[in-house]
Design a protein around this ligand. Structure first.
Ligand SMILES: Cc1ncc(COP(=O)(O)O)c(C=O)c1O
Length: 385
């Protein structure tokens, strides 16, 4: 949504559309015009807002959208998105009819799915477009390499089914600068493709690349690249950045697109020695000005950040004091001059020269930036700037 200037929100997520478009163009430049670019918008577009991001991404030249679930795919269709949409997660056998009815491309790896689809296609008078997922070493979704041919054969013989794609996914490309395992997966995938070619099975869209492999290994591009985290302006990991440097490649210029903001709900003076919040986990050692913020772990502000992170108010860092509650946090604003009720607060994002990044919060929590952004409550309004 776009926010009328006059409407104040208690809490909101801002999406910088020009930064999103910039990041998409970075990936487009990397992979060229001929290959397809799939924008991974699963998990509410990694927390950024699935509808808002999808619309901008398609407008910016993305060819495909990738979702996790049938529900996400239907949501996009109902909101008028007409581009090809690939469901990368599992669709229940009972959900296949809806998927075909909404022209969603299916990631498939179970014979049960293949068996169910022809009757649905007949009934709906529609084709089902399939992307066969191959197990190359991640041991998540996918069929074994030795089963690919028989799976393909079965799909080819089944009326209504179209073998549109073949895919795989890397297990160990973000976590390391040693890419031997990723290379072995790539070789496994190539071996399967070769076997298909030898057996004259032609699949138009071969794809296995995510952001990290797109940044590091052009020979993973095949016909389509599935970009997620990089499109949101975040590096897949420090190791990816380092690997990029080690390969003497110019790193992509990625711009984070998300800011998360709220407003001060109360400003109060707290006497020296007072305990703050549930569990009395923090005791102030001076008279303190405290700002109460209407954000908590329900919103996705992780409770384990208690007493360890900070927010930005008027460009000054205000550290968290006391335990993070379901709907509130308290911050020390003693050193922030001229504070007013309902002043804007940056929870995540930039303010002037300073900022709090998803990577900052992730390292405080011992997790990855993906988790920080995807867990921001989808009910918080996403505002396009
Ligand atoms: C199947 C699949 N493809 C592509 C991606 C995109 O990965 P990334 O966000 O690292 O670009 C994901 C994300 O988890 C995925 O599950």
């Amino acid at each position: 949504m776009t926010k009328p200037e006059s409407v104040k929100l208690l809490q909101w997520v801002e999406i910088d559309s020009s930064a999103l478009i910039h990041n998409i163009h970075q990936f487009r430049r990397l992979i060229g015009e001929k290959r397809k670019l799939l924008a991974m918008v699963k998990a509410n577009a990694y927390g950024h807002g699935i509808l808002e991001v999808s619309r901008i991404a398609v407008h910016a030249g993305v060819d495909w959208l990738g979702v996790h679930s049938l529900e996400e795919g239907i949501l996009l269709r109902k909101q008028g998105l007409t581009c090809p949409i690939l469901v990368v997660g599992y669709v229940l056998l009972d959900g296949l009819k809806e998927a075909v009815a909404h022209d969603l491309r299916l990631t498939v790896y179970n014979f049960e799915t293949l068996n169910k689809l022809p009757a649905i296609c007949r009934q709906l008078k529609k084709k089902a477009f399939l992307h066969v997922k191959v197990e190359t070493g991640t041991f998540r979704q996918g069929i074994r390499e030795e089963d690919v041919l028989s799976f393909m054969k079965k799909a080819k013989e089944s009326p209504g089914l179209v073998l549109e794609g073949i895919s795989s996914h890397f297990a160990n490309i973000e976590d390391t600068t040693d890419h031997a395992y990723a290379q072995s997966q790539l070789q496994n995938f190539k071996k399967v493709l070769q076997e298909l070619e030898q057996n004259k099975v032609d699949i138009p869209l071969k794809h296995m690349s995510c952001s990290a492999s797109a940044i590091l290994f052009p020979d993973t591009y095949f016909d389509m690249v599935r970009a997620g985290i990089g499109m949101y302006g975040l590096w897949p990991s420090k190791e990816t950045f380092l690997s990029c440097r080690l390969q003497k490649r110019e790193p992509l210029l990625l711009k984070p697109i998300l800011s998360w903001k709220t407003r001060i709900a109360q400003v109060k003076k707290v006497p020296k020695g007072s305990f703050i919040g549930y569990g009395c986990t923090y005791r102030v050692s001076r008279e303190t000005t405290l700002a109460v913020l209407p954000v908590g772990y329900y919103d996705g502000y992780d409770r384990r950040l208690t007493n360890s992170s900070y927010v930005l108010i008027k460009g000054k860092r205000a550290p968290l004091r006391g335990r993070i509650a379901m709907d509130f946090i308290m911050v020390d604003t003693t050193d922030v001059p001229e504070l007013n009720l309902e002043d804007e607060v940056v929870l995540l994002g930039k303010y002037g020269d300073d900022g709090i990044t998803a990577d900052d919060l992730a390292s405080l929590l011992g997790t990855i930036n993906y988790e920080i952004v995807t867990r921001i409550n989808p009910l918080i309004p996403r505002i396009i700037t």
